[in-house]
Design a protein around this ligand. Structure first.
Ligand code: B12
Ligand code: SF4
Length: 365
């Protein structure tokens, strides 16, 4: 019989259950025979911070789920952990010059390794919470995501939204979170927790973004407007060429090719090798230049403040000068932008968001 149907009340255990050795051991650990006695109710914020830093996070803050700015997140987190009451945001720093390197393998390795660190840290914190008697989950920081919902919202929780609500940074012109100290060189994760935390963070009262617009100048496909408007499809089409939509486009090109020679005419050896690498190891980002050039953040600012011209020569210019493929939707403003601003790059025209492929004739480019 379920406990709530018990005439003695929800706290009373049926005799058979109360006599079970595991039940007796569990109750004894909490020092009594009352099943509700000794259950933890509130997570101590100082303890949680210490656990998070020891687990590998570089900063953390919690936020209650009923904050108005988290309203859109509630149904999603409730699905992942029914009964969620708090969200815990953590950040992990990335090594800046790896992200800035024009060599894509260097930057991609930094993203992927940092992604592993932030996921591992989140998992360790969840383990500590579990051992302390709480329910908690750590949705993936990056991939995997809920692909059965693609192309709808595939992520379980929006880490940027939570980090901003918790006071770990603010959104810059380029739409990434800029941490006051570490700048935008951070990856984020969010833990869902079934209990209140003894102290919560609040949004910071200024934006670390300097509005220098270097991110606007760096994006090779013009996805970031000077006023901070962000063109999701344009970023996705280029930067995520070897993720979902772009992969489908590539696969359709295989299917549509008359023979091997035709396929090789449509897709270069380098593009195929890059796709193979993405499938075999981890998907390559094609850019992230907005993040690479961002000088914001107390720990990041010095070289930019010392000599802005030198900073641009060393950080911005090499990314702008790099000869590389750019993926744009045929006839889009991005195609026009890329052709005008970066004529030395190889412009490949693909279908909408790279999903419904219609590769244009190379002669049209
Ligand atoms: C979806 C997503 C993307 C999308 C959209 C980006 C965006 N601005 O939302 C794309 C594929 C373009 C993308 C790119 C990148 N991303 Co991303 N991305 C996410 C994800 C899964 C959710 C983001 C989110 O909350 N969006 C909703 C709200 C909060 O964002 P928003 O900016 O206000 O609104 C935008 C979206 O709604 C989008 N949009 C509009 N229509 C549609 C339609 C669909 C179908 C989708 C998916 C999105 C979308 O455009 C809006 C305008 O900006 C998170 C991981 C997570 N689970 O949170 C990582 C995350 C935001 N990404 C991250 C990173 C690092 C990147 C890249 C640098 C990757 C790379 N290495 O190149 C680039 C940077 C591009 C940029 N300037 O934003 C980090 C950011 C860290 C930080 N310091 O802020 C996160 C938090 C991952 C992590 N664990 O750290 N990303
Ligand atoms: S590059 Fe400049 S404008 Fe863009 S987000 Fe960073 S500080 Fe803001």
């Amino acid at each position: 019989m379920p406990a709530q149907d018990d005439p003695e009340g929800p706290a009373a255990l049926p005799a058979r259950l109360a006599a079970h050795p595991s039940v007796r051991a569990a109750l004894a650990r909490r020092g009594g025979s009352d099943p509700a006695c000794g259950l933890p109710e509130v997570v101590d914020a100082d303890w949680l911070r210490e656990v998070a830093l020891r687990a590998g996070a570089d900063d953390m803050a919690a936020v209650p789920i009923d904050r108005p700015e988290l309203a859109d997140e509630r149904p999603h987190v409730e699905r992942a952990l029914p009964g969620t009451r708090s969200l815990v945001s953590i950040v992990v720093r990335m090594n800046r010059d790896n992200v800035r390197s024009p060599e894509r393998s260097v930057a991609n390795q930094e993203f992927h390794h940092s992604g592993e660190i932030v996921n591992a840290a989140a998992r360790r914190i969840v383990r500590a919470l579990q051992d302390a008697g709480f329910r908690a989950v750590n949705p993936s920081a990056t991939f995997p995501m809920e692909m059965d919902r693609y192309p709808g919202r595939i992520w379980v929780v929006a880490h940027k939204t939570v980090a901003v609500a918790a006071g770990l940074g603010a959104i810059g012109i380029h739409r990434n979170v800029i941490h006051p100290r570490f700048g935008n060189f951070v990856l984020l994760a969010t833990l869902l927790l079934d209990a209140p935390v003894s102290a919560y963070g609040s949004p910071i009262d200024y934006n670390p973004c300097l509005e220098c617009k270097l991110c606007v100048a760096a994006c090779p496909v013009g996805a970031i407007a000077k006023d901070g408007a962000f063109d999701f499809v344009t970023c996705f089409t280029h930067n995520y060429r070897e993720f979902m939509g772009g992969f489908t486009d590539w696969a359709e090109t295989v299917a549509d090719s008359a023979d091997g020679a035709d396929f090789r005419h449509r897709v270069s050896d380098a593009e195929n090798a890059s796709m193979w690498q993405s499938l075999s190891f981890r998907a390559n980002y094609k850019a992230a230049y907005c993040m690479a050039v961002c000088p914001a953040g107390e720990d990041v600012l010095d070289p930019y403040l010392a000599d802005r011209r030198a900073f641009m020569a060393q950080v911005l210019r090499p990314l702008q000068d790099k000869v590389e493929p750019l993926y744009v939707t045929a006839g889009s403003p991005a195609a026009e932008y890329a052709r005008r601003r970066f004529p030395h790059k190889e412009i490949h025209q693909v279908g909408d968001a790279g999903r419904s492929r219609r590769r244009s004739d190379p002669d049209e480019q």
